[in-house]
Structures are given as structure tokens and as C-alpha cells.
Design a protein around this ligand. Structure first.
Ligand code: MTE
Length: 344
């Protein structure tokens, strides 16, 4: 993610000011082990002192994380309505190439820095314009509603994408339990605020300039659409910390930044709530953020995307981006009459 007009920050030249096409091709990044081997550094690397090895791996973005964060197998049924005829992104990529600025701004920071993240105890409150406010504790998250698996495409605004098997339940089914009042029009989401656990919340530099807690929002109609999903797991297990444990939103027709992680509050409102990336750079990131190949980001094209984990050493696979990320049939009617160029 990138914000070109980060005025209040102390950075003269933010590292995210580079254009997308100047970033190391994903395949090169992914094949760093092959590069190390090809350079003949494999054996040498192994015999180097720890700090030098660490530096070598840093050079290639290799994660040094131990993995004390425990994931657990989940019971769920497969929902055949939500399958895609595409290769799944390997689990190793899904859990090691992340955006979670509370743990740092590079793609490997979340894996490196989130492993000590304590998610139990956890509380998720659903309140605001509801008949019956609900508080879910850690065990309720996987117990309150039957769990299902859905395979969704995830398209980041940075023009990379994945195909991920999520486990969870529809957002609408949870909102129905609380009973949404007729005056409601929008839903606001909030991530945990805990700077002791989330180093990116302590430092503007490490947290990318976002004013924490990270917040997101949907219209009520979007939230009640069957595609809107609360994930508690992926690849059949509870969510790894770096993917938004213990519960995160997944709205697959929108750019990935709408899919807020590690949620502690869902508030039903009668007005549009503020959202983090829109607050930081409103001319680049809108409230709607629907995937749209015809509306470019001010600094790069949105016409195509890199599929993470596919393609070879120097040939990252690029595919055409689809309107609404391919979920047009399910969601296009939500926006009839809306100018999607203005409402990006
Ligand atoms: N949620 C929080 N709280 N903080 C974040 O930095 N990043 C967003 C979104 N949710 C983010 C977040 C962005 S930009 C993307 S692309 C997706 O999470 C990435 O999800 P993944 O790391 O599971 O692929």
C-alpha cells in the first residue's frame, strides 16, 4: 500500500513512493532461495555466523520468524457455491506475503513480528443500531455459527492477487443474530488497538502513517450481501496471526484493504464511517474500493494483476483484472446508478 501525500509524516522520501513497476518482480522475490543457491551461497551461507546469515536473508526478504503462534484444525462444510476454477495460492505464500501494517509495512514483517500476538482472550462486540448487542468471546468466534469453507480471489490494490480457501461464516448471518434496526445504513469495523503487541501502532514510521486503530466500513447492503464473509480460518485451520487472527473480514469484490483484520468491534450506524486508507490518502483510496480494471490508481494501472506463487524465476504471471474481481453477478446491482469512477 502506498500513500503519496503523507504530509504530516517525518519521512522525506517514503519507501512506498516507488512505483509498482519498480518493485522487485514477485517471482524474483519468491525464488530468493533459488537465487541464493544459484549464486553458490547456499553452502557458504550455512557456514556463516548467525548475524551474517540473518543479513543475507534480509537482503532477499527471507523471514527469520520462529512460529510460536498456534493454529488449530477447524470443523466446517464446503460451500460449493463459492468455488473458483483456478489454482489455489500455496498456503506457504498466503501466510508469508501479507499486509498488516500494525506489524510493519514490508510483506514479510507480519510473519516476522506477529508470532507472539496473543488472541486469547479476545472480545468482539457487535453494537450500535441493533436490537440485541452481542459480545463474542474467543471460543464463540468458532462456535456461534456453523463454519463453511469458501474459495475466494483476493485482489490487493497494489495489483497482486491470490486465491484463498477461507473458513468462517457470512457477515449477514451474524448481523441477523443482533437484529439490525431499520434506521441503519452502514457498518463500521475496528481492529484491536494494542501498541504493546502491535509495534506498528507505536511508531508512525513502522505503521505506515496510519492513525490507529485501523478502521473500515461497508454500506448495510454490502454487508448483507452473501459474499461478505467473516473468516476465522484459512486452509482448514484457525487464522495465523499475520492473516488477521482471530477474526477478519473478507469482501472479495473489493480491494484487499477493505478486508480488515483482527476485528474487535462491529458497529451498526446510520452514516458512512471513516476508513483508514481513505483518511490517509483520499484521492488514492475511496470508501467503495471496488475492484475496477477501468479506474487506475493515480500511480499505477489496475488493468492487470500478478498472481502470487505462479510464474517462474524472472516471469511473474500477470492476468487481466476482472470488474468486481469476477463477482459482478453477485454485486453489480448494489451499485446501479452510482458513478464508479467518482465513487472509487
Ligand atoms: N487490516 C488491518 N488491521 N491492517 C492492515 O494493514 N491490510 C489490508 C487488509 N487488512 C490491513 C488489514 C490489506 S492492504 C490487504 S491487501 C489485506 O489485509 C491483506 O490480507 P492478507 O495479508 O491476509 O493477504
Amino acid at each position: 500500500m502506498a500513500a503519496s501525500n503523507f504530509k504530516r509524516g517525518i519521512l522525506q522520501k517514503p519507501r512506498w513512493s516507488i512505483r509498482e513497476n519498480q518493485v522487485t518482480p514477485e517471482a524474483v522475490f519468491n525464488d530468493r532461495r533459488a537465487i541464493i543457491k544459484a549464486l553458490g551461497l547456499g553452502a557458504v551461507g550455512a557456514s556463516l555466523p548467525g548475524q551474517v546469515q540473518a543479513g543475507l536473508f534480509d537482503l532477499f526478504g527471507e523471514s527469520k520468524a520462529q512460529d510460536p503462534f498456534v493454529t488449530k484444525k477447524l470443523d466446517f462444510s464446503k460451500n460449493s457455491r463459492f468455488e473458483v476454477n483456478e489454482l489455489l495460492t500455496p498456503e506457504s505464500k498466503v501466510i508469508s506475503h501479507n499486509n498488516f501494517y500494525e506489524f510493519g509495512t514490508s510483506k514479510t514483517d507480519p510473519l516476522d513480528n506477529a508470532q507472539g500476538f496473543n488472541v486469547n482472550p479476545w472480545q468482539l462486540k457487535i453494537d450500535g443500531l441493533v436490537d440485541k448487542p452481542i459480545t463474542l468471546n474467543f471460543d464463540d468466534l468458532t462456535g456461534i455459527l456453523p463454519l463453511e469453507e469458501r474459495i475466494y480471489r483476493l485482489r490487493c490494490v497494489e495489483a497482486w492477487s491470490m486465491v484463498i480457501p477461507w473458513v468462517g461464516f457470512s457477515l449477514g448471518s451474524l448481523l441477523k443474530l443482533a437484529g439490525v434496526k431499520s434506521s441503519a445504513s452502514h457498518i463500521a469495523f475496528e481492529t484491536l488497538y494494542d501498541p504493546e503487541q502491535m509495534p506498528g501502532q507505536k511508531s508512525r514510521l513502522m505503521g505506515g502513517g496510519i492513525h490507529y486503530p485501523y478502521v473500515e466500513g461497508l454500506t448495510l447492503a454490502e454487508a448483507m450481501n452473501d459474499l461478505s464473509f467473516l473468516a476465522v480460518g484459512l486452509y482448514g485451520k484457525t487464522l495465523p496471526a499475520q492473516n488477521g487472527a482471530p477474526i477478519r473480514l473478507v469482501v472479495p469484490w473489493k480491494y484487499g484493504f477493505k478486508s480488515i483484520k483482527s476485528i474487535v468491534r462491529i458497529r451498526v450506524l446510520d452514516k458512512q464511517p471513516p476508513t483508514s486508507w481513505n483518511q490517509l490518502a483520499p484521492q488514492e483510496y475511496g470508501f467503495y474500493a471496488n475492484v475496477n480494471p477501468e479506474v487506475d490508481h493515480p500511480r499505477w494501472s489496475q488493468a492487470s494483476e500478478r498472481r502470487i506463487g505462479e510464474g517462474g524465476l524472472f516471469s511473474a504471471k500477470r492476468i487481466a483484472t476482472l470488474p468486481f474481481n469476477g463477482y459482478q453477478e453477485e454485486v453489480a446491482s448494489l451499485y446501479s446508478g452510482l458513478d464508479l469512477r467518482r465513487n472509487y
